[in-house]
Design a binder for this molecule. Sequence first.
Ligand code: CTP
Ligand code: K
Ligand code: MG
Length: 189
Amino acid sequence: MVAETVAIAVWAMLPAYVPNNVAVLAGGGRPIDGGRTLDKLTDEDGVLYDENRILGDGKTWRGTAFGTAAGVVLALLLNQLQPFVAGTVGVPQFPIAAAVALAFGAMLGDILASFLKRRTGRQRGAAFPGVDQLDFVIVSLALTAIVATGWFLATFTLPVLVAIFVLTPVLHVSTNGLAYAFGLKDEPW
Ligand code: CTP
Ligand code: K
Ligand code: MG
């Protein structure tokens, strides 16, 4: 059933969808890269990459911590709801390792994308089409596959994975568009 596949895809990915949005609300304070640029780290070896920030001011410790925590808390809440839903739709329980990997992996994917953006000369807030929409999905799934392999294989069947890769960009574009419209975000991506 398409509806059931979509329901499982959204349910299983909710702990990865929420962190980036919570980071937008909770962000601020010390940037993870401490304001450093990449060249200063590599000067001693005589290897000069570029003079751009390692990650930039858009990736903060506070945003990352609150975002990850929110994803994990949401997974635990969904675990409480799951018995009431599972009779109708076969949504899964989240083992704690999967909850952490989905939430932290989403933040890590976004951080790695910022690293790539800075290396390709994109300033903070610049769009990176494709990467912006899928960075967090790819890394959260990869991390979950590593730390909760059995759960990953049981949950993310091929149809569920297809649904995730089709739905996520749509959800990402609409969520960020809304956040921008409400003045919560500086750019609509
Ligand atoms: N944010 C944060 N910590 C993170 C991710 C996001 O504090 N790990 C906050 C920042 O305030 C950031 C905002 O959420 O400005 C929007 O996130 P995002 O669009 O990912 O960052 P950008 O500012 O656009 O920076 P970049 O170009 O590096 O993506
Ligand atoms: K981003
Ligand atoms: Mg942005």
